[in-house]
Design a binder for this molecule. Structure first.
Ligand SMILES: Cc1cc2nc3c(=O)[nH]c(=O)nc-3n(C[C@H](O)[C@H](O)[C@H](O)COP(=O)(O)OP(=O)(O)OC[C@H]3O[C@@H](n4cnc5c(N)ncnc54)[C@H](O)[C@@H]3O)c2cc1C
Length: 414
């Protein structure tokens, strides 16, 4: 089919020092930290809520990463104080309400003076040489341009970076297959028997081996009768049009089927109470950055002088082949260097969160929410430092970045 050239004059809606695109864990922390450095920060979010997969995808449990620090620590202390560990080097795995998190993050962004635009979907970059001058977004008033000095791509899919020409890869090095997608849902204990319901088109799973992951995986950590279920599995890349289309219908079928199965096998008093508005993507695109985090780094516990985040979360690969297996390998902990967020091609762009420069195996460990908060916090500070020093993002002083992070409560374990 023939390509079209699409040319339009687009009105500039506003100018900022730093524009963050995407309001998930990485974007939230990036925006807060840059704003705390005194910068005018604007965040563009395509949905109606902050929190990314943590709210929209109803992930709603923080996996342990071994260094509860910085803005993530602050969020735990403000929202989930009962889980706050006394020191930074302890792991926690709190389950939370995605609805309360959504409300909390709205208030938090207001307090931090970050201007958030909902229903504002990034669609393209305006590049001038090695810089991005503006991003174009689809808003409720049509296309608008948003100008800034620095941009931080926190879309989870590296949408901004890819549009600006940063090289990237998807999935396993050998065949490009990504981890499967999962539609998270919740059930509520009603305290009395409920009638199981299996809508048309769904599956009547008879035993564990029939389940999409071949296992039961759920959390019921809080005392409010909420069961958080992570049991669907669809072989699909969340950044591909056809695959997402398939995933959204197949995952929903699985959700009703799993709920029906659970209602017959131990959860007789539970009703389906919430299905995430979208199927969660564990893995889509990884940029090619100045440094690529590898499986060896993760397994060997590599330490880097330009460390910006630390985690000891395991290698955790849900089978990209669609099999009912998960490759889970414990590790002792490693650093993620600043260079994984830095593209070679663009001077005023960083990529924070899930799509940093990492191999398929390495990203399976670094993708947890708490790590994405840490990466975002580093990116926000880095953007402010590069503005102060009028330097490219690639060349900022690591001493200054570490000092700024320490000032914002970040502690690195030695
Ligand atoms: C099924 C599943 C289970 C998981 N389980 C856990 C778990 O138990 N514990 C844990 O800690 N982590 C878990 N994770 C991982 C974790 O949720 C994600 O890796 C993490 O949220 C990534 O953070 P992020 O900020 O990089 O991206 P995201 O959370 O994906 O946020 C990206 C944000 O950018 C927005 N966006 C995207 N494109 C655009 C655009 N074009 N314009 C504007 N905005 C845009 C999105 O709407 C979203 O708000 C799970 C993930 C999945 C999918």
């Amino acid at each position: 089919m023939k390509p079209y050239v699409f040319e339009r004059q687009v009105q500039t809606y506003l100018q900022a020092d730093v524009i963050v695109i995407g309001g998930g864990p990485a974007g939230t922390a990036a925006a807060i930290s840059a704003a705390r450095c005194g910068r005018k920060v604007v965040l563009l979010e395509k949905s109606a809520q902050m929190g990314g997969m943590g709210t929209l995808g109803n992930v709603s449990v923080f996996m342990p990463i071994g260094n509860v620090t910085g803005i993530y620590r602050e969020i735990i202390s403000e929202m989930l104080a009962e889980y706050l560990p006394p020191d930074h080097d302890q792991s926690i795995a709190p389950q939370y309400s995605p609805f309360l998190m959504r409300q909390y993050l709205n208030e938090k962004m207001k307090k931090e003076q970050v201007q958030v635009f909902y229903h504002t979907e990034f669609i393209g970059t305006v590049r001038e040489g090695s810089r991005i001058k503006a991003v174009i977004a689809s808003t409720r008033e049509g296309l608008k341009a948003f100008e800034a000095e620095r941009f931080i791509d926190c879309t989870g899919d590296a949408r901004v970076a890819i549009d600006a020409g940063v090289p990237y890869h998807s999935g396993r090095e050998e065949d490009g297959l990504t981890q499967p997608m999962t539609l998270m849902f919740m059930m509520q204990n009603t305290g009395k028997p409920v009638t199981p319901l299996l809508p048309e088109g769904c599956y009547d799973y008879k035993d564990i081996a029939d389940l999409p992951q071949g296992r039961r995986l759920y959390w019921e950590q809080n005392n409010d009768g909420t069961l958080l279920v992570n049991m669907s599995r669809v072989k699909a890349n969340g950044a591909k049009i056809e695959e997402v289309n398939y995933a959204e219908t197949e995952a929903l079928r699985q959700v009703f089927s799993i709920a029906y199965y659970l209602q017959k096998t131990g959860f007789e008093t539970y009703t389906l109470s919430h299905i995430a508005p979208q199927t969660g993507a564990r893995e889509t695109n990884q940029i090619q950055g100045v440094y690529t985090l590898t499986e060896q780094d993760v397994v060997n516990g590599t330490r880097f002088p330009d460390v910006v985040a630390q985690t000891n979360y395991e290698i955790d690969i849900h089978s990209p082949d669609g099999k009912r297996t998960t490759d889970e390998r414990k590790i002792s902990g490693y650093d993620i260097p600043y260079r994984c967020m830095v593209p070679e091609e663009i001077d005023n762009l960083l990529i924070a969160g899930r799509p940093i420069s990492a191999t398929h195996v390495a990203m399976s460990s670094m993708r947890m929410q708490a790590t994405c908060y840490a990466l975002g916090q580093a990116a926000g500070n880095a953007a402010a430092i590069s503005l102060d020093d009028s330097s490219s993002m690639r060349l900022i002083s690591m001493d200054k970045l570490h000092a700024a992070l320490q000032h914002q409560g970040v502690r690195f374990l030695v």
